[in-house]
Ligand binder design. Structure first.
Ligand SMILES: Cc1cc2nc3c(=O)[nH]c(=O)nc-3n(C[C@H](O)[C@H](O)[C@H](O)COP(=O)(O)OP(=O)(O)OC[C@H]3O[C@@H](n4cnc5c(N)ncnc54)[C@H](O)[C@@H]3O)c2cc1C
Length: 347
């Protein structure tokens, strides 16, 4: 038997953050991932923005969350030797007068998170429409989640810490914590939407959402600003951009399709003042939870864990939530019950 401290099943944003967090704590891992092409983490735009949705809400611990995510990705960049964390100003345009009015009411509570930048706004307006005005948000940008996941995968492979396969659940014994000829102390499930096929997890907590996005190339240079309205446009190089995303609760498969393409191009054409061509079209299924909160903690036994349900905020949530599991393994510190899978025990 080969002995490892922890087996991590799935190397998306959840599994990668788990791997690095445990590694930093000196815990030896074995990761298992089949290297599928269109996973949520490989397709994601990776945008981070502390102000959420039409109602302009922020998480109570947003400062801590966003500052620690920055520190985390910067530290991983040093290990993998790739730039993955990009800080870019983000502009949120108002959708209509009602949206603008709602904003005026919420603004006093959000002062820490926003700023005016008339000069930058002029630069933006040269390329994008914004009929009702808008505002800039602090601590924004994107993580190249595809590169992050691929680099972590390569790192694990080089260090002989990876099995490239779909786990065979019939060969996994969660009582003895063995898989084939591996003996572990802990097992952590991080399979994203594929958790639906995990026979050890009976609770039905996912409300999956298909997402599609387009990659485009503008005929002229784009401002280094993220436009985050009904759709978002993220500049990824001088002329390149990502445009997303659809939220489809009723879908047939996880492939890019005409519906997604038409929707995004239609919205894009209402906003942009530049000519462009589409260079790529991607789709994946987001592991979104019914109550919109992630699933973090033990299942059944003390040494079997799950990290899932990252939803639309994967890049910021994953490092923080992974650290909660690491703290639990190393110091026995408690993981808040609000993330527990037990809330779905009778569902
Ligand atoms: C179009 C789109 C845009 C998005 N944009 C953003 C964004 O801008 N910002 C943001 O923060 N989030 C965004 N997200 C959400 C984000 O992608 C997810 O929150 C995150 O990727 C989920 O990570 P995960 O590791 O839980 O799941 P996944 O990325 O699905 O990873 C699961 C991993 O498990 C592996 N796996 C599955 N089954 C098995 C098995 N049986 N054995 C072994 N391994 C297995 C898979 O190969 C995969 O690598 C977006 C998602 C989509 C689809």
């Amino acid at each position: 038997m080969n002995e490892v401290d922890t087996i991590i099943i799935g190397l998306g944003l959840a599994g990668c953050s788990m791997y690095w967090s445990l590694k930093k704590a000196g815990i030896k891992c074995l990761c298992i991932d089949p290297n599928i092409k269109n996973t949520s983490s490989k397709v994601a735009a990776g945008m981070y923005n502390p102000i959420v949705g039409k109602r302009f809400t922020t998480a109570p611990n947003a400062t801590e969350l966003f500052d620690s995510a920055k520190k985390y990705y910067n530290s991983i960049e040093k290990i993998i030797g790739e730039k993955i964390y990009f800080e870019i100003p983000l502009y949120m345009p108002f959708q209509n007068i009602a949206h603008q009015n709602d904003w005026s009411l919420k603004m006093p509570k959000l002062k820490e998170w926003i700023h005016d930048n008339p000069e930058l706004e002029q630069t933006l307006l040269a390329k994008y429409e914004s009929e009702f005005g808008g505002f800039f948000v602090n601590k924004t940008g994107y993580v190249d989640s595809n590169l992050y996941v691929k680099s972590t995968f390569d790192y694990c492979r080089k260090n002989n810490e990876l099995l490239i396969e779909n786990i065979d659940y019939n060969k996994l014994n969660i009582e003895t914590k063995t898989y084939n000829n591996y003996q572990a102390k802990n097992i952590i499930f991080c399979e994203g939407a594929n958790v639906l096929n995990n026979p050890f997890i009976k609770q039905k907590f996912l409300n999956l959402a298909k997402g599609q996005l387009l990659c485009g190339i503008s005929t002229s240079a784009l401002p280094k600003i993220i436009y985050n309205g009904k759709i978002y446009i993220i500049p990824t190089s001088e002329n390149g951009f990502i445009c997303g995303a659809t939220y489809e609760w009723d879908y047939i498969n996880n492939e890019p399709d005409e519906f997604g393409k038409k929707y995004l191009i239609n919205e894009l054409n209402k906003i942009v003042k530049f000519e462009y061509t589409i260079s790529n079209h991607k789709a994946a299924i987001r592991p979104t939870v019914i109550d919109r909160k992630p699933i973090v903690g033990n299942i059944n036994s003390e040494s079997i864990y799950i990290l899932n349900g990252l939803g639309t905020k994967g890049v910021v949530l994953a490092p923080y939530l992974a650290s909660l599991i690491t703290e639990n393994i190393t110091n026995n510190s408690e993981i808040s019950k609000e993330f527990s899978i037990e809330r779905f025990n009778n569902k």
